[in-house]
Design a protein around this ligand. Sequence first.
Ligand code: SF4
Ligand code: SF4
Length: 497
Amino acid sequence: MANFEIPVLREVPEIPRVKPEAMAHSAPFVSAAKFQEPLGYPGALVENWEQRAVEKLGELVGKYRSLQVFLDSCVKCGACTDKCHYYLGTSDPKNMPVARQDLLRKVYRRYYTLPGRWFPKLVGAVDMSKEVLDDWYTYYHQCSQCRRCSVFCPYGIDTAEISMAAREIMDSIGKGQKYCNEIIGKVFKIGNNLGLPEAALGDTLQGLEEEVEEDTGVRVRYPLDEKGAEVLLVTPSADFFAEPHVDGLVGYGKVFHAAGISWTVSSYASEAGNFGMFIGSYENMRRISLRIRQAALDLGVKRIVFGECGHAWRVAYSFLNTLAGPFDFLDPRYPVPQHICELTYSLMQEGRLRFDKSKNDHMVLTYHDSCNVARASRMGPEPGGQFKIPRAIIRATCSNFYDMPPDTIHDATFCCGGGGGLLTDDLIELRVKGAQPRMEALKSVIDDHGVTNIAAICAICKSQFTKVLPYYGFGMDMIVSVHQLVSNAIILDGQAQ
Ligand code: SF4
Ligand code: SF4
C-alpha cells in the first residue's frame, strides 16, 4: 500500500528518538512558471536569488514586527520540541518547531543582527546558500502552520508565521510550491480551488435539490447567483462534490430552509478556502477576499456566512474585514462574517430548529478540533466558543459523543496532518506520518467507547482523513461533516418520516 513505513499506533504515545534527515527526501513539486506568474512571482529561480532572498527577509521583518520578535526571542528552552505532529510522526529533528524556526533565524541573524554580522559562528548565523534554500523548501513544506507549538512556547513564538514568511520569500525569488500556486491561479481564473465552472456548480446544486426532495418530500432550495438573497454562503468548493463534504452542504441548506432564511452561493466567489495564507502572501489573500466582497455587493446580500472550512474561517475571522472591508453595506445585527456553526447554534438557542437525535443512533461520535479554528479564531461572543459551539451542535443532534484525550483537543488539538498547503499526493508520506498523533487519540476513544465516527468542520481535515484513515486500518468513511449530523437529524416541516 505504501513505499514507506507506516507508524504503529501505540496505547501510550512516546516521544521518538531523533533520526536526523529522516524526511530530507520529502519536498513538494516546485511550481512551474505558468503557476507562478499569475500570482505576481518570477517563473523560475532568479539570477541573484541569494541577495533577493535576504532583501525580502529584511522587508518582511521590517513590515511584520511579530516576525522580528519571534526571530529574536527564542531562548531554546525546548518546550516546543515534542509538540509538532510532524516531529512525533517522522522523528526528523528538523521537524522540531525550534529547529524549523532556526532555518530562517540563522539567516536573519547573519544579515540583520550585529553579533551575526561580526561573529557568525558564535551565534549560529549562516550565509544564504543553496543548502539553506533546499532546507527551507523541504522543511517549510513540512509545517502545516497549525500553531500547536506556539501554545506551548512560553514566549508564544508562532512557527506558522515563520513558515509563512519563508514561503513568501521563496515565492518572491521564483521557488514556489506547485500545489498551492496552481490552486490560487484557479480561483483567480474560475472562482474556486477545484476549477468548477458555473455550469457544473448549477448542475450540482440542482441535483442536491432533487436528492433532498426525494429523501424528505420537502423542496429545499440550493440556489446559485440569486440576487436579493439574505445570505451569501461562501463554502469550500469540496462541499460541491466530495464526500463527506457535500453532506455538510446538504445540512446547511436544510438549516436555512428550516429557519426561513433566503440564501445563495455565488459562482464568482465559489470558494471559502484562501491558499494565499498558506504561502504567506497578504496580497494574494486580499485578491481572493475581494472576490467575496464583490459577490456580496453584486448579489445585494445582507449577511455573509462561511461553510465548514478551517483555514477559510481563520482568514475570514482574522483578516476579511482588514483585507476586503469595510462591510458597512451588510446588516449590522449579524457578525461579519458569520460561521455556519454560529448560525446553526444561534437558531438552536432561539428554538427555531427541531432535531430527532435517533437518526444518528447508528454512530458513536468524537470530534476533531481543526487547528485553524481552534488556535486562530473564535466563534460566538465568548472565549472558547470555537470549542463549545460545534460540540453543542453535535450533542443536540447525536446521542453518543465522546471527546478524545484532553491533551489532544481544544487548543492542544493535533493537526490532521494535511493542513497548510500540504494536502497533495506528492507529500503523502508526510501526511500519513503527521497524522499519527491524531490517529492514536482516535484509537483511544475507539478502544474505550466504541467510537465509530469522527466529525470535523474543515474541508482539508475531511479530505486528509478520508485518505489517511485506511493507512491505519480505519474506514475512510469514519469522517463525517458536523452539518451532515444536522442534516440527518433535522426535522423539516412537512417532511416524510
Ligand atoms: S505550526 Fe504546527 S506544523 Fe508547524 S512547527 Fe508548529 S506544531 Fe509543527
Ligand atoms: S518553546 Fe519557544 S522559546 Fe522554547 S525553544 Fe521552542 S520556540 Fe524557543
